[in-house]
Design a protein around this ligand. Structure first.
Ligand SMILES: NC(=O)c1ccc[n+]([C@@H]2O[C@H](COP(=O)([O-])OP(=O)(O)OC[C@H]3O[C@@H](n4cnc5c(N)ncnc54)[C@H](OP(=O)(O)O)[C@@H]3O)[C@@H](O)[C@H]2O)c1
Length: 178
């Protein structure tokens, strides 16, 4: 590896309520998060070579994270009538871990932000691909909504790197590494 070569790094970014939900139970989307978290999320996207999203998250955002490179997980080659060639920077993916690693290598995408939703967090953690987690804890309780993770074997311990209080109402940004 040359000095300039970047290491492949998967960074999972998620915002959760105090009861571990990633949606507020009423509406799809992440509009419920604080503006400080949204600012942090944008800064992580700016550092990334590519962002991975599930098809439902992709559709829940009005104009999803353009103009960044995006890999959309979907079993279907067409999402919302948009063909892969019609939108710059969007790649549709339905393959295995090996295929994903091959794609990332081919595109020279090294810093990968795993941006959800729940099924995408599941897939990356179960495949033991995630190197870092940024978890924003928002001081709200929803009672219903989608949990961050379903049941399963996610394995492994994480080391706390930092805790940052993002605002006066008490939003916390937790950074963990493998
Ligand atoms: N709080 C947060 O930080 C945060 C972050 C992200 C998203 N969210 C919220 O989470 C919700 C969506 O989460 P979700 O779990 O329901 O949906 P999702 O993960 O966004 O998308 C699920 C879809 O992704 C595709 N998919 C999943 N695993 C796949 C695999 N292994 N191979 C190929 N395709 C695969 C399938 O698409 P097809 O059906 O097309 O095959 C599946 O229906 C939204 O409301 C979103 O706003 C919250």
């Amino acid at each position: 590896m040359t000095e300039n070569a970047k290491k492949l790094t998967f960074v999972l970014v998620v915002a959760v309520s105090l009861d571990g939900k990633i949606t507020n139970g009423k509406k799809e989307g992440t509009e419920w998060t604080s503006k400080e978290d949204q600012k942090f999320f944008k800064s992580e996207l700016d550092r990334a070579d590519v962002v991975v999203l599930g098809r439902k998250t992709f559709e829940a955002i009005p104009r999803p994270l353009t103009p960044r490179n995006r890999i959309i997980f979907s079993q279907s080659p067409l999402v919302k009538g948009v063909s892969p060639s019609a939108e710059t920077g969007v790649v549709y993916f339905k393959g295995s871990q090996t295929k994903l690693l091959t794609l990332l290598k081919k595109m020279k995408w090294n810093r990968v932000v795993v941006a959800g939703g729940a099924s995408i967090y599941d897939w990356f953690l179960k495949n033991k691909l995630v190197d870092e987690i940024y978890l924003t804890l928002e001081p709200v309780v929803f009672g219903s909504g989608k949990p961050f993770l379903k049941k399963g074997n996610f394995g492994g311990n994480w080391t706390l790197v930092s805790v940052k209080k993002l605002n006066e109402k008490g939003t916390l940004l937790l950074h963990y590494k493998k």
